[in-house]
Design a protein. Structure first.
Ligand SMILES: C[S@@+](CC[C@H](N)C(=O)[O-])C[C@H]1O[C@@H](n2cnc3c(N)ncnc32)[C@H](O)[C@@H]1O
Length: 278
């Protein structure tokens, strides 16, 4: 583990794309086919293995097709899952229910807005050992989001999305136990108003607002590492417009995503003598 920035958290690099995503998912024939970006099973497995213990409570408040939940269940963790889309909740329920350990280990599976999870899951406040979230990218006008639930963050423009993430991370802080860990997957997303959107700085400040400590930064390679080099295929040529002039260019493709690991601090011990006279 290296620390290139003396003021930043420790840095790690995880090569969790050594196998193509389709090949990774093929090892789980019961996982449903998905029409939207998902977390790679190898990444979900490593997060759950390294950041929790058997018997712990692992939550995914944006569970999608259930990749994190399936890994958590297979690794003998208790599972809490939330998603705002009924189809995602149904997919995750079907996959989890097919496993014999589900009745003992699946705690709750809810269709809900992650922003409200702290109010809805009252009995789990301060109980989660690990929460994993991979929020969708904000809407940039390049695709229709009309079919999505009103609560889906993918419907929000980048500024509203930033605001919503403050509420999501606050809900995570409520559900985490002291010392518990929150892993947030962030990825560059499409350009908006000429800017390449990087949700990383806003995620870090939203976590600080929620009282969470930035514990570790993980660079997740999204392309395989072979003989010490990243094998990223070039992105297909795209039509771009620069100062009203249209051109076709080959853009670089992203070769990594980021995982920010945050920890909920333990309450500080009272000062000696504090409260003695109250
Ligand atoms: C990239 S997917 C998550 C993948 C998932 N972690 C897995 O293991 O496969 C993002 C998910 O966030 C969900 N989502 C978006 N906004 C949400 C919200 N406000 N509350 C709950 N879920 C939300 C979407 O429905 C989508 O399923």
């Amino acid at each position: 583990m290296a620390t290139p920035d003396p003021h930043g958290p420790p840095l790690a690099v995880w090569p969790t794309a050594q196998q193509a995503l389709a090949d990774q998912r093929a090892q789980y024939p019961d996982l449903p086919p998905v029409a939207f970006p998902v977390m790679a099973p190898a990444l979900a497995q490593r997060l759950v293995t390294e950041l929790s213990q058997p018997g712990d409570l692992v939550a995914d408040l944006m569970c999608g097709s259930g990749t994190v939940c399936v890994e958590a269940l297979d690794l003998e963790r208790h599972v809490l899952a939330v998603d705002c889309e009924p189809a995602c909740v149904a997919q995750t329920r079907d996959t989890l229910d097919a496993r014999p350990q589900a009745p003992a280990l699946v705690e709750q599976l809810w269709q809900a807005d992650a922003r409200e999870a702290g109010d809805l899951l009252v009995g789990y406040r301060g109980c989660c050992d690990l929460i994993v979230i991979a929020p969708p990218a904000p809407a940039t006008g390049s695709r229709s989001t009309d079919s999505l639930q009103p609560a889906n963050l993918a419907r929000l423009d980048p500024e509203a999305h930033d605001g919503a993430m403050v509420d999501v991370l606050a809900a995570c802080a409520v559900l985490l136990r002291p010392g518990g860990c929150l892993a947030v997957l962030t990825q560059y997303s499409p350009r908006w108003a000429g800017r390449l959107l990087d949700p990383l700085p806003r995620t870090v400040s939203a976590a600080a607002e929620a009282g969470l400590e930035y514990h570790q930064h993980i660079i997740v390679l999204t392309h395989p590492l072979r003989h010490g080099r990243i094998h990223a295929r070039p992105a297909p040529p795209r039509r771009i417009t620069v100062s009203s002039t249209a051109a076709v260019a080959t853009l670089h493709s992203n070769a990594h995503a980021n995982i920010c690991l945050f920890r909920k601090p333990f309450p500080s011990a009272p000062e000696v003598g504090e409260g003695l006279n109250q």
